[in-house]
Structures are given as structure tokens and as C-alpha cells.
Design a protein around this ligand. Sequence first.
Ligand code: PEP
Length: 250
Amino acid sequence: MKQAYIAGNWKMNMTPSEGAAFAKELAKAIEGTGSKVMVAPPFVTIPAVLKAAKGSALIVAAQNMANHESGAYTGEVSPLMLKDLGVNDVILGHSERRSIYGESDEVINEKLLLALKHDMNVVFCIGETLEERESGRLEEVLERQVRVGLAGVKGDQMKKITIAYEPVWAIGTGKTATPDDANDAHAFVRRVVEKLFSKGVAEATVIQYGGSVKASNAKALMSMPHIDGALVGGASLSLEQFLPIVNFDK
Ligand code: PEP
């Protein structure tokens, strides 16, 4: 089994002082854990969290970034700015970016290629809506998101990319995909990665599950053969809820 990769997406929560206090405790609490652990604070909270996590194994990521390096893009944050802060990891294609801010597969692909250009690690999110699942289009949607999102990526760059399968209907709703349903979707995504690259790349790719992961379901999800980690929203905002997910195997 690969090293489990547990990531917390704080979304628009945690001021810089709240984030720093949280990260300080989390960084200490994950000493000696077997999992790779990441948190993604809001942009303005990142510097305080980086400072609090300094010297620890906690990875600090951005939740998004621009598809340009600089210029007249009001309100956007460039990969160059993130790198200058010391941020080497970014979440791209989250369903809230897709549905609320209208990010297309093509824009996400531009961002992903730009992140790779700057040697950043990417958590690349995909996932179907309830309507897409119920109309039998699950595989079509996932295949399109993977093919377009990863267009132009070379096999040896795939080690910089984690895929997060997050069924949109399970995000923040309390509804979780069953471990078997999630595993089937992960197996399908891995087959698409194999078609695009190779069996070796597909087997090595870390695929996280996201969608109402909590302490009570983390172990069952993580025990499935194709689930290598978790991307956690709501439950990543409290140590009481996040630490048992990080330590799902204890
Ligand atoms: C997410 O936003 O990536 C997510 C999975 O949220 P939640 O865990 O709250 O469903």
C-alpha cells in the first residue's frame, strides 16, 4: 500500500491567527504519523500557517491559483507569488471552483500545466454531479475531466499529481459514497490514467476520495484497494475530527 495522503481543504474558513494556532497544534500532533498530511488555507492565511508549520512535516497548499503568471487579472494569485512564499502545492479544479466560478476543464488544464511548469505538486479534483450519476454518465464525465485536465502532461510529471475523486453530491452534504462505489470510480479513473500513460503510472498515481469524509467512515474508505487518501473539507476544521482521519490506521 502507498503512503496515505490526507489533505484538509479549509475553504473560506480560518483567519490568519486562527489558522496559525490550528497549524501549530496539528503540526505537533502529526509527528510520527504514517500519513502524508496537507492543509490548504485561504491565500491570506497561508503565510501565518507556513510560519506555524515550519520545520514540521505538515504540507501547506493553496486552494487555487491563476492560469497566468502576472498581469491585469484583478483578484487573482499567481504561481510565482505562491512559490515566493514557499508554497509548492496547490489544489486545482475543486468542484466549487467549477460550479460557482465557472472554471472549465480547459482552464483547469491551463492551471495544471502552469503549476507543473513551476514544479508544483497538484491535487487535481474531479467528480460528477448527482444528475450526471443518475443519468448514467458517471464514466463519461470522469473520463472527460481526466483527459482534458491532464492534456499535455507527460508520464514522468504524473508523480507531481494527486487525483482527488470528489462526487459533487457528497461534498458538504453529509452523504458519502459507499466504499465500494468510491472504489469503483477510483478503479475507473486509474484505468483512464493507464490508457493515457502506462500501467506503471496508473498504479503509482495517488487517488484521494473526497466527500463528507469523517472519523467514522475514514477507515472503511481507506481500506479499499484503489483509495489512497482523502481530501477533507468540513472535518478538517477541527483537530478532534481531523486527527482521527489522519490516524485512520491506528
Ligand atoms: C471538499 O470540499 O473537498 C470536501 C470533500 O468537503 P466535505 O469533506 O466537507 O464534504
